[in-house]
Ligand binder design. Structure first.
Ligand code: ADP
Ligand code: MG
Length: 704
């Protein structure tokens, strides 16, 4: 028996892992409903956090209600009407002591309910107030009957509102959660961040934090709570960020354990490529390129993100990595999210690598028939050294002879699975290719630490010499004729101009039309200038010949849709006009603006906007006028738009936080990183428990 006792003292039963049916009042049916919310164990209820809070601690006089309020009122039923106008409807008018009335409207109701709501019944209602045709009303308020002469009982604390599902009322869910909270342990079965690692940032204990958010005390600061800035919420956000970080680190560790081709060579191709370039690498490029070279010379896969502002010269860093792979006898795949960007890479890579005797193939959706067949054959038998393309690279039927390096540009537009799909085309047993990810949108540091914890990050934090900062002005589109004069003046000095028509909708056709209209307007308004047009509906050959004409200086003005966002490079273009700039996000504006300021001439970007401007649009234009620094712009972007938007598809399944918000809680990241390091080193088992607690089933993507 002694052994039994010692077992139980070493591994006390974890009340958090108990099934929900162990809680009083939870039978199989309720357990099934709860499972729909992903709630299976007692600890799942502890971590089922309120979305927001309702204030039922006071009763508001009907006369004081304003549309949009969520409020509690008390009144006596004065009038009931059961009607049918388009659909069944129950209208109940309640009046309060001051003689003010409020309409309650129900579209779904049972007969028992109607019977209850007799004239003279006293009600306590809670709901959202809105302006109806006959005055203020509440649609489907929650209500309860109160005895006529008993003093009212209101809640003492704020009422948490939980995410719920059909068939599970808010009160029922709240009461199950309250029962689960009674089992919160006081020891390290709950608190998984050990004392020797330190209580993060002096935040509350996990137990206190959970009790606080589920049952905020009466004197709570509601504003702070609603913003998620209370220390209790910060404690939970910390743990969630920590867990997400650990998950990504675990994923990285798993990949790093696999093997990869050792790409180590004499560096002859590298020297020849460097010798053929018309410029020397910047210090930043040389540093990042050396980091990459070191990574790929190891027998384990590289997972490296290279981030650098628009125009910082990421392409050549990628090309240097590519020649290292080729010289070691491996193939390289380069994938870009749009055809135009992929074409731009193709042109660069062909110009740089073909003189060195390398074969560069092209695979995009548009490559069909014989051309596709021949490209596929050369990729499969190893004759192709480098393959450049779009999503088409990941398709079935694309097989590599010896894929050693995968380069993905503009990673945030691809999902993780897409990157993995391409990577797995090079898998051979345990061995997988090295991965190099390029991103043109600088990612705020805090976001990078979180979202890219599965990648090592290198920054090209320096622009090639000779660039002049772009001056940015915002001008109302009512003054477009002044802008035309400016264009004329610039062209008379031998400069070139972009006129960008921005996305009207997600319709290439409408955009093409808008560009055609602008093209006609500029051609008429600037009769002595050659005005060209480029948009996404044109054939690649047509696009190319227009681009070439602009590059050669045969066109003074180029009217374009946002297809020129990425990859276009004409140093003599020193003026850019962006129409309807108020519609674009910061990242896109910054990308576009990066097309000018590439030479030594002072450049200008004119942001044309339509009035009236929204507050947000005003703020964006302001930021653009103030700074050219991609990192500052990215920080601001994160603040204005939130991380999901900034990262595009990448957040799928990864940045769906329950409580953390990277824009608000990013300041926690350095400490998250420190705690993560310590826990991975000293408490690996606790890391697993954290992941089970916060990520649960979703942890499966870790095996990706
Ligand atoms: P991005 O990082 O935006 O992809 P690119 O690789 O397209 O930038 O480079 C932008 C431009 O700068 C290209 O014309 C490229 O040839 C040029 N460039 C790259 N590196 C240097 C350098 N070290 N010195 C001068 N020009 C450079
Ligand atoms: Mg680029």
């Amino acid at each position: 028996m002694a052994s039994r006792a010692s077992v139980s003292s070493v591994a006390p039963v974890d009340p958090g892992r108990a099934s929900l049916t162990t809680l009083g009042g939870v039978g199989p049916a309720l357990a099934q409903t709860l499972a729909k919310l992903g709630l299976r164990e007692v600890q799942d209820l502890w971590f089922h956090l309120p979305l927001r809070y309702e204030d039922r601690t006071t009763v508001v006089a009907i006369g004081d209600l304003r549309p949009g309020d969520r409020a509690q009122v008390e009144g006596v039923v004065e009038f009931v009407e059961r009607g049918f106008r388009f659909r069944p409807q129950l209208k109940v008018i309640v009046g309060d002591e001051a003689g003010r009335a409020l309409l309650l409207r129900f579209f779904h109701f049972r007969k028992a309910q109607v019977d209850q709501l007799q004239k003279g019944t006293r009600l306590l209602c809670f709901g959202e107030v809105r302006q109806g045709p006959q005055g203020l009303e509440m649609v489907h308020p929650q209500y309860q009957r109160v005895e006529g002469d008993v003093p009212l009982v209101v809640e003492e604390r704020l009422t948490p509102v939980y995410p719920t599902t059909e068939g599970l009322g808010p009160r029922r869910l709240a009461s199950v959660i309250a029962r689960a909270l009674a089992h919160l342990p006081v020891d390290d079965r709950l608190e998984l961040i050990p004392d020797d690692v330190g209580r993060p940032l002096g935040l509350a204990s996990l137990r206190d934090a959970l009790l606080y958010v589920h049952r905020p005390p009466p004197d709570v600061d509601l504003r702070q709570l609603e913003q998620g800035r209370h220390p209790a919420q910060q404690r939970l956000a910390f743990e969630e960020l920590l867990t997400q970080h650990l998950t990504l680190r675990r994923m990285r560790a798993a990949v790093k354990k696999r093997s990869a081709p050792v790409l180590k060579s004499a560096g002859t191709l590298r020297e020849r490529l460097l010798g053929s370039l018309p410029f020397a690498l910047t210090k930043a490029q040389a540093r990042v390129s050396a980091e990459v070279a070191r990574d790929v010379a190891r027998a384990h896969p590289m997972l490296r993100l290279v981030q650098g502002d628009v125009g910082s010269g990421k392409t050549v860093v990628a090309a240097l990595a590519a020649v290292a792979a080729v010289e070691s006898g491996y193939q390289v795949a380069l994938m870009a999210p749009t055809e135009l960007l992929a074409e731009q890479h193709l042109r660069n890579f062909r110009a740089w690598l073909e003189p060195l005797g390398l074969d560069v193939e092209w695979l995009a959706g548009k490559v069909q028939g014989r051309a596709r067949k021949s490209a596929l054959a050369r990729v499969a038998d190893g004759a192709a050294h480098v393959v450049v393309g779009t999503h088409a690279l990941m398709q079935e039927g694309v097989a590599f002879a010896r894929l050693g390096l995968v380069i993905v540009d503009e990673q945030h537009r691809f999902g993780v699975h897409q990157r993995l799909a391409l990577r797995d085309k090079g898998a051979e047993g345990d061995s997988i290719p090295h991965q190099l990810v390029l991103t043109a949108t600088p990612i705020p540091r805090t976001l990078a630490m979180s979202a890219y914890a599965d990648l090592d990050v290198s920054s090209i934090d320096e622009l090639p010499p000779g660039r002049t900062p772009v001056q940015t002005v915002a001008i109302s589109s009512e003054r477009r004729y002044d802008v035309m004069e400016r264009i004329h003046a610039a062209c008379m000095e031998g400069r070139q101009v972009y006129w960008v028509c921005t996305l009207i909708e997600e319709s290439e056709q409408l955009n093409a039309q808008a560009a055609e209209v602008a093209h006609a307007e500029l051609t008429a308004g600037l009769p002595d200038l050659a005005v060209g047009l480029i948009h996404g509906r044109m054939k690649p050959k047509e696009k190319q010949s227009v681009m070439d004409a602009f590059k050669q200086g045969e066109l003074a003005v180029l009217v374009a849709t946002t297809v020129i966002e990425v990859g276009v490079d004409v140093p003599n273009a020193s003026l850019m006009v962006i129409e309807n700039s108020e519609r674009l996000g910061l990242a896109q504006l910054h990308q576009l603006r990066g097309r000018v300021g590439r030479g030594s001439i002072a450049s200008t970007c004119v942001l044309l906007y339509q009035t009236p401007l929204s507050r947000l649009a005003k703020e964006r234009l302001q930021v653009m006028r103030q700074t050219n620094d991609g990192f500052r712009i990215a920080e601001k972007d994160l603040e204005l738009r939130g991380p999901g938007e900034v990262l595009g598809t990448r957040q799928t399944g990864q940045l769906q936080f329950r409580i953390a918000d990277l824009a608000r809680d990013g300041h926690l990241m350095p400490e998250v990183q420190r705690v993560a390091e310590a826990m991975m080193r000293d408490h690996p088992a606790r890391c697993e428990r954290l992941i089970a607690r916060w990520v649960g089933d979703a942890a499966r993507y870790v095996d990706a």
